[in-house]
Design a protein around this ligand. Structure first.
Ligand code: ZN
Length: 379
């Protein structure tokens, strides 16, 4: 009896380790072969993933709000989120040659996937303000969970995490204790407000890394300073991609029996510039790119904008917290319970694949509405 209880506990512990991806440490493995669940039909067809952002606050001076940066400056959470996602899409717009293995000729392919802000929310919740609240935030505040990946920005740690890399799981969220912290450090260091685009490389690549997990990518290697894993066992050792840097590759470059402890902005000897390592750089290999596209064509397809414009949508409230609306045939307004107007400086996009119909709608202040045609998924 004792043995079987121990066995069950051991299984539970292994499941726990495999189901949560923390992003501070580094790991080991031997060479692997590419394993993609379903071959991608088209890695050249652009795919856009919908994101919700949630800023968790504990008082008026903690994290972004609807009207400020939480530090007394006139730079609000909507503008910060737009700047952040603009950087993420800039970073997704190019790829770089892998630095490990040295001299590799791995093709540098276009990534052809990016992100759009669906909505931005602000929550005053002192008990969940500090980083690492498990699934509490997702359970409490997760919105449009089957179709939008939820990003929770808490305070203030050296990491972020994503709960799973499964391309069939519908639990898609990430929590970061870095994004607000890095902004706060920037302001306290005398940085310009708003920060210039390059200053978003820390937050932007960090979030691309975390969402990389949600899209099916594992770290290329795991534990720090360890010996190479003896076998090629899935995400406990590596990432099921033969073209990403393995622990053996890193050890070879490092010239040691263990591989280096790689961290932020470290692409030195033995540390890689892969998005799914720890340097905050953004290289992706053909195997990783195919994995993402394969996921978005199959189990993760409901998170794409091309899927979102295949379903009719009737919008009563056009404005914030939503920044983007999607639908095949879209009806705006005409509801029995206004408000459906835009006001102040709200900027909202409507994406449609067939038609947009307006009932009486009011636009005041410097509000802007952009209506954009988008094709339904063609893969
Ligand atoms: Zn990670």
């Amino acid at each position: 009896m004792k043995k079987s209880i121990f066995f069950i506990l051991a299984i539970l512990i292994v499941v726990e380790l495999k189901s949560q991806i923390y992003c501070l440490d580094n790991n080991t493995e031997g060479e692997q072969i590419n394993q993609v669940l379903n071959p991608a039909k088209s890695i050249s067809t652009n795919k856009t993933v919908r994101l919700n952002f949630h800023f968790i606050r504990k008082d008026a001076y903690s994290n972004f709000t609807e009207s400020s940066d939480g530090m007394g400056n006139n730079y609000n959470g909507y503008d910060f989120t737009r700047d952040l996602v603009n950087y993420m899409n800039y970073s997704q717009g190019f790829n770089i040659q892998m630095n490990i293995p040295s001299g590799n000729t791995t093709p540098v392919l276009a990534k052809n996937f990016n992100y759009v802000i669906d909505a931005v929310y602000f929550h005053n919740n002192p008990s969940l303000y500090s980083y690492n609240s498990g699934t509490s935030l997702y359970n409490l505040y997760g919105t449009d969970k089957p179709n939008v990946m939820n990003v929770f920005i808490t305070c203030c740690s050296s990491g972020g995490w994503a709960p799973n890399t499964s391309q069939t799981s519908s639990v898609k969220f990430t929590e970061s204790g870095l994004i607000w912290k890095w902004y706060r450090d920037w302001v306290n260091g005398g940085g310009a407000i708003p920060p210039p685009q390059w200053a978003f490389w820390t937050d932007g690549n960090h979030l691309c890394h975390e969402i990389g997990h949600l899209l099916g990518l594992n770290h290329t290697v795991l534990f720090p300073n360890g010996a190479a894993c003896p076998t090629n066992i899935g995400n406990t050792c590596g990432d099921d991609c033969g073209d990403t840097p393995s622990a053996a590759d890193m050890i070879h470059v490092y010239g040691s029996s263990v591989h280096p402890h790689c961290g932020f902005n470290n692409v030195g000897v033995g540390c890689s510039n892969n998005l799914m390592d720890y340097s905050n750089y953004n290289a992706l290999t053909p195997c990783q790119i195919e994995k993402v596209h394969s996921g978005l064509e199959n189990g993760l397809n409901p998170y794409t904008t091309c899927y979102a414009v295949s379903v009719d949508n009737s919008i009563c409230d056009l404005g914030y917290p939503k920044l983007s609306h999607f639908g095949r045939n879209v009806i705006i307004g005409g509801c029995s319970t206004p408000p459906y107007a835009l006001e102040l400086n709200e900027k909202v996009d409507v994406y449609f694949s067939q038609s947009v119909e307006f009932f009486a709608s009011e636009f005041t202040g410097s509000s802007q509405l952009e209506v954009i045609f988008e094709n339904t998924c063609n893969f």
